[in-house]
Write a protein that binds this ligand. Structure first.
Ligand code: MSP
Length: 473
């Protein structure tokens, strides 16, 4: 990740408003927040743009709205507010919350597609295939197992035949491959890049960019009987956001698009081709993380195992929820989470780990009548810099926890309570410098904890605080 370039623009997928947010959406958004906070500290607030939002058009949203007797717009308003609420509770520091029903976006999308149409990159044709409303796409053969979608096995596939407008995706695939080869555009982790490259080399079809039977969408400017395919509308949010909000144009192209592997194809090829067709620079990095299950099972309403992030925040608070999600599995691989494991991890890593360390050092300071002259460090450790540069926030946070464990052990070996006053003071100075270093490293990950530690140790008279992570029984 380049620290030299002046601007950093990070995005999350924009989430469908067919249902309220779950912990999978929270995971990607927390990771994006970590990158945004990290870069703000390196580059300054004004040089970072963090975009998230909601994807509000399409048949899936229209269908959910209908089942609740609301208009799609009313329903989108309710669910997008749910997203905003949980992001607030998780301390997500987005700069803009994007909604695809924003009329300014609708104009950008129409203008964009009109340009492609005028350039001859769009044509009309018949399409027949199996449509998955969960994915909002016609499924390719390799995503159908036992006549069902791999990601939405309980959603029946619908055979559809339509006359749609198509974008000449095939015409751009070799140009996209060239960009990947030059590494001016990267897909991470590398295994994902290999997957995409071999899929492109295996041959691809043009892609439909409009729907004739879906009224809840943006009308095509040259044929109002069709609406823009929800995926094209949604991808263009990343571009629109730099157009419709003042002073954002400087952020183009995006530095980092985050998502899970389920939606990599659209992001890794369709999006770049749409951009190349309008001669726009490609994003620098697309990172597709893994998918997680809950207690070994796919999260699903039918199984009743969907975890609401609000429940986690109520139980543990925002920082602990962030910690548990960031550190529970490796960024980029599939993983599994469980509420039982969360509790154990909370007690061992937060209550006994950082919570205990802070209390221990503060108590030593308080009981030895110590005057603090330490100055807050605002730098990241070399380990955090290294792992964030490799797009590994999970490893970065692990490195902080390793330091916490080592630190605890060293205090045990030092036996500061046996030292004479002068030696003890020198020791405490070094402890406080280290704990403030940890607070600085923690800032992108656990912003409240970082602040709390700084408040405790960045003052002259240090007092033992109430436990920052009380044990859970
Ligand atoms: N609306 C599209 C995205 C358009 S972006 C231009 C969409 N929305 S979604 O609501 O289905 O969100 C999918 C994303 O949610 C995944 O890519 C991932 O970021 C997150 N996750 C949803 N479930 C998840 C897991 N079980 N595990 C990890 N991430 C998960 O697709």
């Amino acid at each position: 990740m380049s620290k030299k370039s002046a601007n950093f623009y990070v995005t999350t997928p924009i989430y469908y408003v067919n249902d309220k947010p779950h912990v999978g959406h929270a995971y990607t958004t927390i990771m994006a927040d970590v990158f945004a906070r990290y870069q703000r500290k390196l580059k300054g607030k004004e040089n970072v743009f963090f975009l998230t939002g909601t994807d509000e058009h399409g048949s899936k949203v229209a269908k959910s709205a209908k089942s609740r007797n609301l208009s799609p717009q009313e329903f989108a308003d309710v669910i997008s507010d749910e997203y905003k609420k949980i992001w607030k509770h998780l301390d997500i520091s987005y700069d803009e919350f994007f909604r695809t029903t924003d009329p300014r976006h609708e104009t950008v999308v129409q203008d964009y597609l009109q340009q492609l149409y005028d350039k001859g990159f769009i044509y009309k044709a018949k399409y027949k295939g199996l449509y998955c409303i969960g994915c909002e796409k016609f499924l390719p053969f390799d995503e159908i197992i036992n006549n069902a979608c791999v990601y939405h096995p309980n959603t029946p596939l619908v055979e559809q035949e339509e006359e749609n407008y198509f974008f000449k995706l095939k015409d751009f695939s070799s140009a996209v491959l060239d960009e990947i080869k030059k590494q001016s555009y990267k897909i991470l982790p590398i295994e994902r890049e290999n997957e995409i490259v071999s899929k492109i080399k295996g041959g691809i079809n043009d892609v439909s960019i409009s729907r004739s039977g879906v009224s809840w969408g943006i009308p095509l400017p040259w044929d109002k009987s069709q609406t823009v395919y929800v995926w094209v509308d949604a991808l263009l949010n990343y571009y629109s956001a730099t157009k419709i909000y003042p002073d954002r144009e400087k952020f183009w192209p995006p530095s980092l698009h985050l998502m899970a592997k389920d939606i990599l194809w659209f992001h890794a090829l369709v999006w770049e081709s749409l951009l190349l067709a309008n001669k726009l620079n490609l994003p620098k990095v697309i990172f597709a993380h893994g998918f997680f299950t809950v207690d070994g099972q796919k999260m699903s309403k039918t199984l009743g195992n969907v975890i609401d992030p609000e429940t986690l925040v109520n139980e543990y608070g925002s920082d602990a929820t962030r910690y548990l999600l960031i550190s529970s599995f490796s960024f980029g691989n599939d993983g599994d989470i469980s509420l039982e494991k969360f509790k154990e991890k909370y007690n061992s890593d937060l209550a006994n780990g950082i919570g205990n360390l802070v209390a221990r050092i503060a108590k030593l300071c308080e009981t030895s009548d110590f005057d603090n002259t330490n100055i807050l460090t605002n730098e990241f450790s070399s380990e955090v810099l290294k792992f964030m540069d490799q797009y590994r926030p999970d490893e970065a946070i692990k490195s902080i926890w390793k330091r916490i464990a080592d630190f605890d052990r060293i205090i045990g070996e030092d036996k500061p309570w046996q030292l004479e006053p002068d030696k003890l003071k020198t020791k405490l100075h070094s402890y406080i410098a280290s704990v403030l270093g940890i607070a600085s490293d923690l800032e992108p990950f656990l912003p409240k904890t970082s602040d709390a530690i700084i408040k405790i140790f960045n003052q002259n008279k240090i007092r033992k605080p109430d436990s920052i992570f009380p044990r859970k029984s």
